[in-house]
Design a protein around this ligand. Sequence first.
Ligand SMILES: Cc1cc2nc3c(=O)[nH]c(=O)nc-3n(C[C@H](O)[C@H](O)[C@H](O)COP(=O)(O)OP(=O)(O)OC[C@H]3O[C@@H](n4cnc5c(N)ncnc54)[C@H](O)[C@@H]3O)c2cc1C
Length: 411
Amino acid sequence: MTKPAKDLHCDVAVVGAGVVGLAAVAGLALAGHQVTLVRREPAPPSRGSDPAWDERVYAVSPASRTLLEALGAWQLLDNSRVAPVYDMRVYSESELHFGAYEAGIEALAWIIEQDNIAQALEQVVQDSGSVTQVVAEVASVDLATDFYSASLVLDSGDQLQARLLVAADGADSPLRTMAGIGFEEQVYPQRALVARLATDHGHRDCAYQWFGAHGILALLPLPPAGPGADEGRCSVVWSAPTALAEELAQATPEEFAQRVQAACDGALGTMTALGPVLGFPLRRRSAASLLAPRLVLVGDAGHLVHPLAGQGLNLGLGDVADLVAALKCEGAPDGDDPGRKLRLLRYQRSRALPIAAMGTTTGALQQLFDPATTAALGGLAGPFVAVRELGWRALARAPMLKRLLIARAIG
Ligand SMILES: Cc1cc2nc3c(=O)[nH]c(=O)nc-3n(C[C@H](O)[C@H](O)[C@H](O)COP(=O)(O)OP(=O)(O)OC[C@H]3O[C@@H](n4cnc5c(N)ncnc54)[C@H](O)[C@@H]3O)c2cc1C
């Protein structure tokens, strides 16, 4: 006998349990909304005392830290596995230095494993009394169920009716497609390779980045393996031109470590592999709108940016902070309806500039240093590189401008 389908109701339904979706659930529940989380997989079991390393790490900005603290998630992180970044050194033909001390802030960022953040948020969601979790896929969406709500039909046959739907279902967002929201896409002629390496020399809490014919190579500091252990461990994100990326993807982890060592001219001494090499396609995407009636997009569902500035997740957490703020409007005539158009428009307006600025800056930097750009310039490549170098040197000697850039990156 088949189970009869259920009719579920809530204020807000969040689809997707990535870091952005979990943060949205935690933030909206904390703001007093009754939230249902629709997720593909049940919450994973707790990580235990010494879990394996998650190769996916994020540079979490001070603004994201503020949000995670307000949600009560920062306090639940495994602190022994968080590495602060006090300095950043960026090299093209010459060196640029950004320092937390000069900028008057505690740290430029913190490097944290995806699992560490997700687990802390899972705990917050679980401890909240107002969140219902449903393990299902979304089969279809109806954005105009009635004047007051939209609804999701789940693959179980159950129907979930909500005042507001939040699509946090990633770059290929099924909900965005079902809502008929299009997007613009640019496929970068690069692929990212990510790995964890041990290094001879300590990183001194500094992140390094090299722009060149090899693409964009970043070394992010990782915490030491245990108390008293060497600090020489880092995570590599190498955004390599497609042909080189294909070649690197064939290499063993040890060969890959040697290639990284050569590409950064042995900046941190001899390098050895600590895990596998993972590959990611690189695209820029922006949704035509962050809204449909009674639906909003957050995180990669709304925008995808090049990882060269380590800002994709930070941008998604910014969406969450602004969404929670936009839905709050004390004394408004529309009462507690979180799906009111005015509130959603306020959310979209607050995100327009940060999303456009990040997409444009990362896209422009990628292009500025893409060997394909210089190749396409033919005889003008020499003057182009000279002007680029001049700008780089000018920036290196402009502390005010650097402070401004840092403020943009962390805000
Ligand atoms: C190489 C690399 C390095 C990066 N480094 C950084 C960094 O240092 N700092 C930073 O800020 N960002 C970084 N990013 C960007 C960051 O990874 C993303 O922006 C971030 O993971 C997006 O999170 P999300 O929750 O929006 O999406 P996702 O992590 O993709 O989560 C989406 C979730 O939705 C679920 N889902 C999908 N469809 C459905 C459905 N139909 N029903 C239910 N659930 C569904 C998925 O299973 C998944 O759990 C990097 C990206 C890359 C590629």
